[in-house]
Design a protein around this ligand. Structure first.
Ligand SMILES: Cc1cc2nc3c(=O)[nH]c(=O)nc-3n(C[C@H](O)[C@H](O)[C@H](O)COP(=O)(O)O)c2cc1C
Length: 201
């Protein structure tokens, strides 16, 4: 049985991280409930080009990551659709990732606002004690933003800031995205070889 993951792409910089996580989960045969916020849609196009627009994402993934992305299935939801399956505790996903996660969406999740599908689906994960992985990207951080990360961590979320390491000697943007996607997969309990494990020299 495949795993059902809710994946949200919001309007923080780092659309490539979201796309890489999506591809990595699809390669593992996951069923994805995808929600892309309005600013997430903008960042996909601004940072990856028109070919990565939401309605062309399947082709983009196949071209960039190969045909194995067809192992999984994607259902795209409107962020306004608070009646979607992932908005319900009884029908929600097994786990959720918000990557990249804007400070605005982080704040909404930290305070349980449920103003849209991303915030509601994340709230469902927290109340049902299921894995929620948040990948915020912002710098520097204000005190409210730091406090919101603390609140999410205290509520049980994995707060996994987009801070790629350099000990694996990355050469390309894809190497950096692979590192972050690998960290997300580890938090979800998947084995992977998206980056070389640290070996003491
Ligand atoms: C080009 C661009 C880059 C942005 N980068 C970030 C960012 O890295 N982190 C962040 O928290 N917000 C960033 N923002 C601001 C968010 O997009 C904005 O707060 C938006 O309201 C987030 O809405 P959403 O969470 O519904 O996607 C950026 C906005 C633009 C236009």
């Amino acid at each position: 049985m495949s795993t059902n993951i809710a994946l949200a792409i919001t309007g923080a910089s780092g659309a490539l991280y979201g796309v890489r996580v999506l591809a990595a989960l699809l390669e593992r045969g996951c069923d994805i409930d995808l929600v892309v916020t309005d600013f997430g849609r903008r960042l996909l196009r601004d940072e990856l080009g028109e070919a990565a627009a939401v309605d062309r994402l399947a082709d983009y993934l196949a071209r960039r990551y190969g045909p194995r992305v067809a192992e999984g299935r994607v259902a795209l939801h409107s962020n306004k659709d608070l009646g979607a399956r992932i908005a319900s505790g009884s029908g929600g996903a097994d786990a959720m990732v918000v990557v990249p996660c804007s400070m605005k969406t982080l704040a909404g999740i930290a305070h349980g606002l449920s103003r849209n599908l991303v915030e509601r689906a994340a709230d469902v994960m927290l109340k049902e004690r299921r894995p929620l992985v948040l990948v915020p990207r912002e710098t520097p951080l204000s005190l409210p933003q730091l406090r919101n990360m603390l609140l999410c961590g205290e509520a049980g979320a994995h707060v996994l800031p987009a801070m790629p390491a350099f000990y694996q000697l990355p050469r390309t943007l894809d190497d950096l995205a692979d590192f972050m996607a690998g960290k997300v997969l580890s938090a979800l309990g998947f084995k992977h070889d998206l980056y070389p494990k640290w070996e003491p020299r």
